[in-house]
Design a binder for this molecule. Sequence first.
Ligand SMILES: Nc1ncnc2c1ncn2[C@@H]1O[C@H](COP(=O)(O)OP(=O)(O)OP(=O)(O)O)[C@@H](O)[C@H]1O
Length: 259
Amino acid sequence: MNPAKIVLQGLVVGRGAAAVAGPFDAVIAAGEALVVTGPNGAGKSTLLRTLAGLLPPLAGAIRLEGLAGVDGEPAERLADVAHYVGHRHGMKSQISVGDNLSFWGRYLGGAATGRSERSRQNAERDRNTPALSGSAALSPSEALAAVGLPGIDSIPFGYLSAGQQRRASLARLIVAHRPVWILDEPTSALDTASQTRFADLVAGHLGSGGIAIAATHHPLGLEGAKTLHIDARDPRSAGPGTPDAPLDEADLASAEGWL
Ligand SMILES: Nc1ncnc2c1ncn2[C@@H]1O[C@H](COP(=O)(O)OP(=O)(O)OP(=O)(O)O)[C@@H](O)[C@H]1O
C-alpha cells in the first residue's frame, strides 16, 4: 500500500489578492518532515497558514492521499487532519494552562477526558520516556509533563515565561492526535534542553507515521528532513494575483482568526 502523503501542486500563496510566494511543488509522505526556510518576509508563515486552511491558496492545489480524519473517512482538507501552531500561542492568558489544553483536546477531537486503554498504556510508558510517540492523545497533565512542565496545570497561562508559554502551547500537539503537524517557528524562545526535547517529540511523531511541516530560522535537529527554501521576493515583481491591489481588511481579519 502506498504511504499517506500530502502533495503540493503549483501552490501559490498570498495575502488578500497579492501573491507572496510559490508556485510550490512538493510531496511529503508519512514519516517525513518538510522544513521551510527563507529570509524574513519571504512567505514562510503565509505558506503554513495556507496549508492550515487559514488563508485561501491563490493558485494550485493541496492534495491529500491516504490521510483519514477522526471519523476514519478519507480527509479532503489538510486543516481537518492537522495541528497548527503559529506565532501566536492560541492560549487564553486568564485561564489555567490545564483548562486551555482541555479545550484544545476537546476541540481537536483528542482524549483529554475518557482516555482509551491504549492511550493510558502509552502515557504509562511515556512517563519513563520523555521522547514521546506523537500517536497517543494525552491528558493535559501528561502533555505538560512531556514538554517539561509538570504540575503547572492550575497556573494561568499568562503567568508563564515566554519559553514556558511556547512549551505549553506545543503541548497542544499531544492532547489530540492529528497526523500532520504544521509548525511556525516552534522553537522560538526555547532553551537548548527544550529544543532537544521538542526535536525528540517531533521525531516520535514521524516515527509513528506522522508528517511535520515546520518553518524555522533555527536548525530543528530533524535528521533527513526535506527542505523548502523560499527566496526573498522582489516586492516590485509581478506574480500570480494582483500584487498592487489593496487588501480587503475585512476578509483578511476573518481569515487571520486568532491563531
Ligand atoms: N496580515 C498581512 N497583511 C498583508 N500582508 C502581510 C500580512 N502578513 C504578512 N504579510 C506580508 O506577506 C509577506 C510574507 O510574510 P510572512 O509572514 O509569510 O513571511 P515569513 O517568511 O514568515 O517571515 P518571518 O521570517 O519574518 O516570520 C511579507 O511581505 C509581509 O509583509
